[in-house]
Design a protein around this ligand. Structure first.
Ligand code: NAP
Length: 209
């Protein structure tokens, strides 16, 4: 698959590492081309300016803060049409003790509304911390990637991306499940201080034998 990641921060590095581990072609688009070039060189990927013509992947990961993801999606809506758009955001309040979206929606659903059904929005990767994605494992166990979406094919592509990269994709249902995924991520963030951990824990779904 051809994957485009918009953003060149911590999650771009984590997800990009897994994309490349899975043997997929990756282009990093950043607002700061020096940073995008540096990350791309590290990952063995291509870099390009943040312009619509360079959004060439069939899967586009928005590795951006929630508000920036909405902004970029608004700006590039025509270029995102018919593509699988992966929302990884956790729309945290500035106080880090709650979510900045109301309980009857999620960042992913807001993004889907904004794109007016023209792109296929999938929620994924938001419950995994960036450093654990670089490693692919936490405590010797493969990182779970919970995937929610309304389009079966789009969701399948994102599950494949996670699995190819050595992670464990878990289909959690329709896009509305993003509400629970965003709260799960919030709990993980809030627990770091209490556990004395450094954003290096993970959520694992254990299945019966
Ligand atoms: N960090 C984690 O462990 C983690 C885990 C799960 C989910 N998430 C979610 O993943 C997303 C990215 O987080 P991160 O930790 O990767 O953040 P980060 O390291 O701060 O990177 C954010 C990226 O967004 C870019 N950006 C910011 N505003 C922009 C705009 N208006 N237009 C274009 N690019 C813009 C930044 O560009 P510049 O470098 O040029 O400023 C940077 O490349 C967030 O939504 C977060 O909630 C993070």
């Amino acid at each position: 698959m051809r994957i485009t990641i918009i953003g060149n921060g911590k999650m771009a590095r984590g997800i990009g590492t897994r994309v490349r581990a899975g043997g997929h072609a990756l282009t990093i688009l950043g607002q700061d081309s020096a940073k995008a070039n540096q990350l791309a060189a590290e990952l063995g990927a291509a870099a390009a300016p943040l312009e619509p013509a360079f959004i060439t992947g069939e899967v586009v990961v928005l590795a951006l803060p929630y508000r920036a993801a909405l902004e970029v999606a608004t700006r590039f809506a025509p270029a995102l049409a018919n593509k699988v758009v992966v929302d990884i955001s956790n729309p945290l309040k500035p106080t880090y003790d709650g979510l900045a979206v109301s309980a009857d929606t999620s960042a992913a659903e807001e993004l889907q509304k904004l794109l007016a059904g023209k792109a296929l929005v999938v929620k994924a990767f938001n419950t995994a911390f960036a450093s654990t994605l670089v490693e692919g494992k936490v405590g010797g166990q493969v990182v779970d990637v919970f995937v929610a979406g309304d389009d079966a094919r789009a969701k399948e592509q994102v599950l494949r991306l996670a699995n190819d990269g050595g992670l464990h994709g878990v289909d959690v249902g329709p896009l509305a499940r993003a509400r629970q995924l965003e709260h799960l991520a919030l709990l993980g963030i809030m627990l770091q201080q209490q556990l004395g951990t450094a954003f290096n824990t993970g959520w694992k779904l254990q299945l019966p034998l």
